[in-house]
Design a protein around this ligand. Structure first.
Ligand SMILES: NC(=O)c1ccc[n+]([C@@H]2O[C@H](COP(=O)([O-])OP(=O)(O)OC[C@H]3O[C@@H](n4cnc5c(N)ncnc54)[C@H](OP(=O)(O)O)[C@@H]3O)[C@@H](O)[C@H]2O)c1
Length: 245
């Protein structure tokens, strides 16, 4: 049975991804920085017929919690097949580059960028024990430098001083990681679930969590011929899905 860990999975896109992967027969570790919340959700899911889901306490900014989660998964499974770095925060809109304090920008980077690196580096050892390891970094079209330079792009005006560079940095990390792991059977990709109605944006997004999670899974449960080091977006309307960095 394939094993997957999803960070920030106690609600919204992460939680829906847990549900869909459980239905597909994977063993799912639901990362939640509040273990009580995570366990309550797992109980509810199990009452609704979802199987093989276990909550693990995991705050991506707290390496001790990541190490403890790694030890739990190692003891129970001996390996990890799939890591989905989903946990993310934003400080909302508008957020001008002219006056946003660096402390606030740094706080967003701690979760969106350093958090994903923390989790990835700690779990690499377990991922290397998988026959077909996958790392999916959940990014955003807002992290695309190309799109942000195009005045005709539909989100051109959404220039968030902390979130945009944090996801651009995560995209760069994805390229570096894919390069470092290119001689192993890893696939490492950046996946944008699309502008989705969640707590994240006060439910302003047009997309559904069902579509967002299905898109993440489509680009995560891939075979050995699939690309690595790419950026896929659920918001690209011409059908290509490969997004410009
Ligand atoms: N929604 C969109 O339109 C959209 C579009 C593009 C990309 N994305 C990306 O998709 C991902 C999920 O977004 P969402 O809309 O589902 O967001 P959300 O509704 O705000 O949920 C975020 C999740 O991340 C968790 N989290 C926050 N900080 C964490 C930390 N330090 N450690 C561990 N978990 C943490 C939250 O846990 P708590 O419950 O404890 O706060 C929550 O479970 C994010 O990376 C986001 O940037 C979203």
């Amino acid at each position: 049975m394939q094993t997957v860990l999803i960070t920030g999975a106690n609600r919204s896109i992460g939680l829906e991804t847990v549900k869909q992967l459980s239905k597909k027969g994977l063993f799912v570790y639901l990362g939640s920085r509040d273990l009580n919340k995570g366990q309550a959700i797992v109980k509810e899911l199990s009452q609704n017929g979802f199987q093989n889901i276990r909550a693990v306490e995991l705050d991506v900014t707290e390496p001790d919690t990541i190490l403890a989660a790694k030890n739990t998964i190692e003891n129970e499974q001996g390996k990890l097949d799939i890591l989905i770095n989903n946990a993310g925060i934003s400080r909302g809109f508008p957020e001008s580059a002219l006056d946003t304090p660096t402390d606030e920008i740094r706080q967003v980077f701690e979760t969106n960028y350093f958090g994903a690196i923390n989790v990835t580096q700690i779990f690499l050892e377990l991922l290397k024990k998988s026959e077909s390891p996958r790392i999916s970094n959940i990014t955003s079209g807002l992290g695309s430098l190309n799109l942000h330079s195009d005045p005709n792009w539909k989100y051109y005006n959404v220039k968030l001083a902390s979130y945009v560079p944090s996801k651009a940095a995560l995209n760069a990390f994805t390229i570096l990681l894919a390069y470092e792991l290119k001689d192993l059977p890893f696939k490492v990709n950046a996946i944008d679930p699309g502008y989705t109605a969640t707590d994240f944006n006060h439910f302003s997004g047009p997309g559904t969590v069902e579509s967002a999670a299905a898109f993440i899974i489509k680009h995560t449960l891939t075979d050995e011929n699939a690309p690595t080091g790419k950026f896929f977006s659920n918001d690209i309307e011409d059908g290509t899905e490969v997004s410009p960095w």
